[in-house]
Design a protein around this ligand. Structure first.
Ligand code: GLN
Length: 512
C-alpha cells in the first residue's frame, strides 16, 4: 500500500473548498488552519492594513469548538474551518462594527447579521473585520479616518473600494474568502484591482439584514474568493429568503457549484461595443478585455454585439439616487442611539456636533447632495428624473438579454491607481464606476474575474491585475457562474500571486 500523501502546504495556499474538505475529513484541524492565517496576517498586515479588527481569541474558541464537534463525530458544514473576514459593514454580535466611520466607533452590536449567522452555520470561522471606505462610499478605500489599505500587487496603489480590505486580504492569502458589499461596484471594482473574484448577486438574493445601509435599493452583499467555485460556494451559503429583509426574494437557490461545471458551450456573450469607446478607457484594459472575450469564445461561447443606449447616464443617475437614499439612511446616526456622542447644551447642537465630528468629508458631501435632490423644489428635477432613467437602464438590459445570455465589459476603465490620484477631485473618482453601476441600478447579478495584467513598466509599476466583468439576467447566477468558470478554465490569471508573498518568504509549499 502506498503511504497517503501529506499536504504540507500552509492552509493559506488552499481554496476554501480544500480547507473545508481537509477539516471535515480530519486531515487538518480548524485551529491549525486559523493559525496559518493569523501568521500570514502577522507578516503582511503592517504593510497592507486590510483589517480594522481581529477578534483572535473569539476565533480560536470557535475553531476549537468545531474541532471538538468533529471529534464527537458531527458532520461539519460546507465551509468547515474556513476563516472568513467580513467588511466592517456587517454587524457582528459583541464585536465592534464601525462601517469604517468614527461615528460608530465603539459600537458593539447586540446581534449578528444574516451573513455572519449563515456563514457560521456553514462552519466558517469569522476572524476579522475589514477596512472599507466610510459607509461604503468610495472607489479607493481612501475615504477613511483610519490608515488606508494598500494593493498587494503594488503597495503604492489603492486596492479599490469601497470593499478594499475584503479584496486585499484575499489577494494576499490572509483569508481564502471574504465578504463585501456592492452598491455601485464595491465588490467588483476592488476584486478587479486586486486580481481576485468578486461576485454581486441579484438584488434580493442575499439578505440585507444586519448590513449597515448605504442605498437600500442598490446594496447587495457578496463574496470575494480566489476562484469562481469558492465564490459560488460562499454565495450558496448566503443566499435564500430571509423574512427579516423586506426585499429578500422568495426564490429557490439552485446548486451554484454544479452550475460552475456547465461550461460556456453555446452561450452568447453580449458586448456593448459603444461603451468600449469611452474616453479614459485604458488601452491595456481594452486589450485584456478583447482577450477575455476571445477566451470565452475558445471555451465554446459566441460573441454578439449589443446596445445599452442609456448606459452613459448610469453614473449620473446613480449619483443622484444613492446619495438620496444615503441621506435618509444616515439620519439615524445622531449621537443618541449609536457610537459617538459629542455632548452640547441642546439636543440639536448635540446632533450637529456629533455628525460634524463623526462623518468624514465624502459622507458629508453625499448627505448634502442627497438632501438637496430630495428637497421639494428639486425632487422632480433630479430624483424623479433619475428614477425614470433607472427604469430605462433596466429596460436596456432586459432587451439585451433577449439576444445574449451574459454581458461582458471591463470591470473598471483603469487598473488600480496610485494612492492620492483622485484626491480633491471626487468626480474623477466617480467615473471609475462606469461599468459596474448599471448592474446595481437594474438589480442584476454580476461578477469580476481575473482578466489579465498590465505590462510592467521598466523601473516603475509591476504588472497590475485587470478585471473582466460578466453581468447576468435577473436570478441568472447559474449562467453567470458557468461563463465565469469556463473563462477561468482556459486562462491562468487567477493562479498568479502578488510578488509581495514571495518577498516575504510566504511562497506556496511552505518555503521560509
Ligand atoms: N464607488 C461607488 C460609490 O462611491 C460605489 C460604492 C459601493 O458600491 N458601495 O458610491
Amino acid at each position: 500500500m502506498e503511504a497517503p500523501l501529506v499536504d504540507i502546504r500552509p492552509a493559506t495556499e488552499l481554496s476554501a473548498r480544500e480547507i473545508a474538505a481537509a477539516v471535515r475529513g480530519g486531515a487538518r484541524s480548524a485551529r491549525s488552519v486559523l493559525n496559518d492565517h493569523l501568521a500570514q496576517i502577522e507578516a503582511l498586515e503592517p504593510e497592507l492594513r486590510a483589517f480594522l479588527r481581529r477578534p483572535a481569541a473569539l476565533a480560536r474558541s470557535r475553531a476549537q469548538a468545531l474541532d471538538d464537534a468533529r471529534d464527537r463525530g458531527e458532520t461539519l458544514g460546507p465551509l468547515a474551518g474556513v476563516p472568513v473576514a467580513l467588511k466592517d459593514i456587517f454587524v457582528t454580535r459583541g464585536v465592534e462594527t464601525s462601517c469604517g466611520s468614527k461615528i460608530l466607533a465603539g459600537w458593539a452590536p447586540p446581534y449578528d447579521s444574516a451573513h455572519a449567522e449563515r456563514l457560521e452555520r456553514a462552519g466558517a470561522v469569522l476572524f476579522g473585520k475589514l477596512t472599507m471606505d466610510e459607509f461604503a462610499m468610495g472607489s479607493s478605500n481612501e475615504n477613511t479616518p483610519f490608515t488606508p489599505p494598500r494593493n498587494p500587487w503594488d503597495l503604492t496603489r489603492v486596492p479599490g473600494g469601497s470593499s478594499g480590505g475584503s479584496a486585499a486580504c484575499v489577494a494576499a492569502r490572509m483569508a481564502a474568502v471574504s465578504l463585501g458589499t456592492d452598491t455601485g461596484g464595491s465588490i467588483r471594482q476592488p476584486a478587479g484591482f486586486c486580481g481576485v473574484v468578486g461576485l454581486k448577486p441579484t438584488y434580493g438574493r442575499v439578505s440585507r439584514y444586519g448590513m449597515v445601509a448605504f442605498a437600500s435599493s442598490l446594496d447587495q452583499a457578496g463574496p470575494f474568493a480566489r476562484d469562481v467555485r469558492d465564490a459560488a460556494r460562499v454565495l450558496q451559503c448566503l443566499a435564500g429568503f430571509d423574512p427579516r429583509d423586506a426585499s429578500s426574494l422568495r426564490e429557490p437557490v439552485p446548486d451554484l457549484e454544479v452550475a460552475c461545471e456547465r461550461g460556456a458551450g453555446g452561450l452568447r456573450v453580449g458586448v456593448p461595443k459603444a461603451m468600449l469607446d469611452l474616453p479614459g478607457l485604458d488601452p491595456g484594459v481594452r486589450e485584456a478585455f478583447e482577450r477575455s472575450v476571445a477566451a470565452l469564445e475558445r471555451a465554446g461561447a459566441s460573441r454578439v454585439d449589443i446596445e445599452l443606449p442609456h448606459a452613459r447616464y448610469a453614473v449620473a443617475c446613480y449619483y443622484v439616487l444613492s446619495p438620496a437614499e444615503a441621506s435618509s439612511n444616515l439620519a439615524r446616526f445622531d449621537g443618541v442611539r449609536y457610537g459617538l456622542r459629542v455632548e452640547k447644551s441642546t439636543l440639536r447642537e448635540t446632533y450637529e456636533a456629533t455628525r460634524d465630528a463623526g462623518f468624514g468629508p465624502e459622507v458629508k458631501r453625499r448627505i448634502l447632495l442627497g438632501t438637496f435632490v430630495l428637497r421639494a423644489d428639486s425632487y422632480e428635477r433630479y430624483y424623479g428624473r433619475a428614477m425614470r432613467v433607472r427604469t430605462l437602464i433596466a429596460r436596456d438590459y432586459e432587451a439585451a438579454f433577449k439576444t445574449c445570455d451574459v454581458i461582458a465589459t471591463p470591470t473598471s476603465p483603469t487598473p488600480a491607481f496610485p494612492l492620492g490620484r483622485h484626491a480633491g477631485d471626487p468626480l474623477s473618482m466617480y467615473l471609475s464606476d462606469v461599468f459596474t453601476i448599471g448592474a446595481n441600478l437594474a438589480g442584476l447579478p454580476a461578477i469580476s474575474i481575473p482578466g489579465g495584467f498590465t505590462q510592467a513598466e521598466p523601473g516603475g509599476s509591476p504588472p497590475l491585475p485587470i478585471g473582466f466583468q460578466l453581468i447576468g439576467p435577473r436570478l441568472g447566477e447559474p449562467t453567470l457562474l458557468a461563463a465565469a468558470a469556463a473563462h477561468e478554465a482556459v486562462t491562468d490569471w487567477h493562479t498568479r500571486r502578488p510578488a509581495l508573498l514571495e518577498r516575504r518568504g510566504l511562497a506556496g509549499g511552505g518555503a521560509s
